[in-house]
Design a protein around this ligand. Sequence first.
Ligand code: MN3
Length: 197
Amino acid sequence: MAVTLPALPYAIDALAPHISKETLEFHHGKHHNAYVTNLNNLIKDTDLDKADLETIIKTVSADATKAGHFNNAAQIWNHTFYWNSMKPNGGGKPTGDLLKKIEADFGSYDEFAAQFKTAATTQFGSGWAWLVLENGKLKVTKTGNADLPMVHGQKAILTIDVWEHAYYIDFRNRRPDYISTFLEHLANWDFAAANLG
Ligand code: MN3
């Protein structure tokens, strides 16, 4: 059972003008797809060949000899989660139980947004910023390269990819503008609320 590249949850031009069709053609069609190809080559004819993606990630995460497996598997999971963390006409303040939970755990939506922007801006080099649930409480974290919440006892709620390939075509070096655009126009709070359960 090979791992497959999931389709984007919206049309390839649906996030424009914020994230262009060209960015998604490269980011989904080339980068995400390459992680799928790489992982399938690594697990071919091994015990992991029939495992699902989360099982592969958790199985190899503590094995230093399988860093290539981990990086490719985790990046497949991270990117699928990231596509779902955005939607056309998203962003702004969440509503309902998710907003109440954010206000309870951060003090206010603005405080959450400030922490999320800081984490995403200050992740040095490639990586991700996350809204996660840990021990029943929401918090903001950042991870380097392919690292992800599920191997740190956290449940992912929402993420932004801050690898340069995520924003360089549309925002050049202006990572802070990309992060603000994500929060104001793209964040999929319906997805986040569903992850909160
Ligand atoms: Mn990426």
